[in-house]
Ligand binder design. Sequence first.
Ligand code: ADP
Ligand code: MG
Length: 525
Amino acid sequence: LRYKAQPMLLATTLALVAGAAMGGAGGWLLSFAAGRVREFYLAMMTLGFGMIFYEVVREWTSVTGGVVGLSGVASPSLRTLSLFGWRIDPVAYFQIMLAVVAGVVWLLRNFITSPYGRAFFAIHVSEVAAGSIGVARASTKRNAYTLSAALAGLAGGFYAHLVGYLGPETFGLHRSVEALVMAVVGGLGTLTGPILGAIVFTYLPEKLQVFAEYQFMVYGLILLLSFVLLPRGLAGLLLPRPRFSKDVEALPPPPPVPHAATGTGPLLNAEGVSISFLGLRALDNASVTLGAGEILGLVGPNGSGKSTLVNIISGFYRPADGVVRFDGGVLTGLADHAVARRGVLRTFQDPRLVPSFTVRENVLLGGHRLYRQNPLAAALNLPNALREDAEMLGRAEAIMEMAGLSHLADTPVRDLPYGDQRMTELSRVILANPRLVMLDEPAAGLSEGELIKLGGLVRHLKEQGVGVILIEHHMDFLNELVDRVVVLDSGKVIYQGAMAGMYRDPAVVAAYLGTETHPGEAVHA
Ligand code: ADP
Ligand code: MG
C-alpha cells in the first residue's frame, strides 16, 4: 500500500480488489474454526481473532510498519488521490463509495432472495432442518463467513484511501465492537438493519463526545438494551419484513412425470440395522424394504424406535450395524444433506421450519437440491436464474394449493397453528421432487379437513412413484392409505405384512394394540 502518486488507477483498484480477496481468504481460513461454533460464541471467536490480528499488526514491523503504521496511502483528504487524471476530492470519493455500497447492497439483496440466501437463514435457524433438505452445513457456514470477510476487506480498502494512513489502532477491538453494535442495533438478519445501524452510530458518537472516555461502557449498555428491548433491531421496528424470495411471475408448473420404476430390487432396503443409546438398544437388527409407489405404515408403541429408524435412513444417525441401500446405492455413512440430495426426504415429529419465513419461503427451501443456478447468476439476477426461480415458484404455488395453504402463502409460519406448520413442512418436502418420503407422525394435531388434505398429498406422492414411509398412531388414517405395515417393539420388527393381519397377530396385540382395541380406533400407546 506504500505507493506515491502514479499510476494510481491501477494501484487503487488493486488495493480494493486485494483487500476484498485477502479479507475473503482470511475469512475462509478462519471459517474452519468458526463453522464449529454458533451465535455469541461465533462473535466472541471473531473478536478474539481481531485481538490477535491487532498484535500481529503491531509487531510485524517489516510489513505493517508496526506502531508507526503505513502512511502515504493516496487519499482524497490529502489531495493525493487522482483517477484518470482527475483529482478525487472528498466529495467525489464519497460519491464513489456510495455507488459501490449501492452496488454491493443490490448484489446482496439478489443473493439473499436466492436459494443460497435462504440456505444461509435455514442453517442459522436449524442445522437439522437445513441438513434434511440438502443444505451442506459446513460449506454453507464457511461461505457465509468468507463472503462477510471479503466485504469487510473491500471496506478496509476504501478506509485506507479515505484516511491515507493505516496503523494498528485501525484494527483494534474497538472497531470490531463498533461493527457488532451497528449490526445488532440495526437488526441482524436484514440488509437494511446494518445500514441503519451504521448511520446511527456514525452520527451518535459525534453527538456524544462527552462520553468519549466511557465509549465502551455506553456501547455495552446500548447492546444490552437492544437485546432486551429491540430483539429485531431498528429494522424490525421501523421497516417492513424483508423478503426472502424474488419478485418473479410464477410460471405454470409442468405436468407431473412419475418417477420411472427402478431396476430390479426394491427402492429402499434397510438391512439388519442396529443402534444403541447409552446401552439402550433403540434398534435391534431391524430390516425394512419399500418399493417405488408403495406406502408403508411404520407403527409401534412410543419409544419403539420408529423415529430412530427414520433418523438412520436419512443419515442423521449412523447405525452401529446394518446397511441402508437406496436405488442401487448405499446411504449408510452419507451425511444427512447428501442423503437428501439423492431424493430421500423426511419431515420431523415436531415441524422444523424457519419461523420468520413465510409459508411460501419455507416451501421454497425444499427446492434446494434441485436448483442449478450458480451464486453469481443469483446475485446478478441473470435471466437463467430468474427463470429457474419462476419455475420453482410455480411448482411451489401448485403444491401450496393442494395442501390448502395458498391463502397463507405470505404469512410468517411463526404466526400459524400447528396443523398449518405441519402442512408447510410436508409441502417443502414435496417441492424437493423426492423419490422416498418419510413422514414422522404427520397427522398429529391436524383437523379433520387437514387430515383429508394430508391423505390426498400422500396419495399424490404414491401416484408419482414415490415410496412413502408413514409413522402414525391413527389407525383409521393408516388403513385407508397403506399397502403394508411394519410393527416395531423395543427396536425389533415384530410384524410385517397386510394391515388386516396385524390385528390378529398375538405379538402385535400384546405389545401395541392391546386387547381393547378394534380396527378403526386410534391407538395411543
Ligand atoms: P419412537 O419414535 O418409536 O417413539 P424413538 O425412535 O424416538 O421412538 O426412540 C427409541 C428409543 O431410543 C427411545 O427409548 C429413545 O429414548 C431413544 N433415543 C432416541 N434417540 C436418542 C438419542 N439421541 N439419545 C438417547 N436416546 C435416544
Ligand atoms: Mg417418534
